[in-house]
Design a protein around this ligand. Structure first.
Ligand code: ZN
Length: 134
């Protein structure tokens, strides 16, 4: 496998509106999409920085993955997502190399992309996402 670029950086925030203000007013970025992913119990806001996106994640439920993350670690960087040509193959290959997978096969993420997560216990503490069209 070979990631083509960093697709996005996922950042857990407690308040999407306030966080959006910071990215727009201080960094001068523009929020181009807000989307709720019911599956993951999050509301997301996207900003483009070159080829890479910033994905802000606000939990819609205390028992969702972002809610739990913030309770344990506080707001901050949550995961890093690599763009892959084929997420299905990349997950399979990582599994064959002994990486513990959260998703053995891709599921649907924001923006209609296929996503899959690797377990941070296998990735030096960095929750890692693969992201792509297939
Ligand atoms: Zn992500």
């Amino acid at each position: 496998m070979k990631p083509t670029h960093i697709e996005h950086i996922g950042i857990a925030v407690t308040n999407l509106e306030e966080a959006t203000k910071y990215y727009e007013e201080v960094l001068g970025l523009e929020c181009y999409a807000v989307e709720e992913v019911a599956d993951q119990k999050v509301k997301t806001a996207f900003f483009m920085v070159g080829e890479t996106k910033i994905e802000l994640l606000e939990s819609t439920s205390a028992d969702g993955p972002i809610g739990k993350f913030i309770e344990k670690k506080g707001a901050g960087i949550h995961h890093i997502a690599f763009a892959m040509d084929n997420v299905t193959d990349a997950l399979k290959e990582a599994g064959e190399k002994g990486v513990r997978l959260i998703d053995k096969t891709p599921r649907s993420g924001a923006e209609g992309l296929k996503i899959g997560f690797l377990h941070p216990k296998s990735t030096l503490g960095v929750l890692t996402e693969f992201c792509g069209k297939k």
